[in-house]
Design a protein. Structure first.
Length: 131
């Protein structure tokens, strides 16, 4: 999976913000593999990854996996923390409910498509058996 520069920057910031979270902790929180997190931290240390460039990505450019991760992370914050968190990620409060609706719709579509195809195949099977 290809992650956006903004997401990579936010992961590196979490691991190096002085909160005492290890790379493994951040990997578990974000769903990114530990090796990938370590790679991003190393790139940051070598100057190949700019963590201040996270705002260059618009919320619409984020992939569904990033949206889900950010949405879940936002659910753990209280209202005082959420404002600062939104600013750090270049988001507005209206993005979160929109993403929740978008991801719910995607999941509902994935659940109905196999059922619909299954029903169509059953009908076709019955028709063929009658012939």
């Amino acid at each position: 999976m290809k992650y956006s520069p903004g997401f990579r920057s936010s992961v590196v910031r979490k691991a190096s913000d002085g909160s005492g979270r290890s790379g493994a902790d951040v990997a578990r929180e974000t769903g990114v593999s530990y090796a990938t997190v370590l790679s991003w931290i190393e790139k940051y240390r070598l100057g190949k990854l700019d963590v201040d460039d996270a705002t260059g990505m618009t919320p619409e450019q984020r992939n569904p996996g990033e949206k889900l991760t950010l949405l879940l992370e936002s659910k753990t914050l209280d209202e005082e923390q959420k404002g600062e968190w939104l600013r750090q990620h270049g988001l507005h409060s209206e993005h979160l409910p929109l993403w929740e609706q978008e991801l719910t719709a995607v999941m509902n579509d994935k659940q109905t498509d196999p059922n619909q195809k299954n029903n169509e195949l059953k009908k076709e099977n019955k028709r063929l058996q009658k012939e």
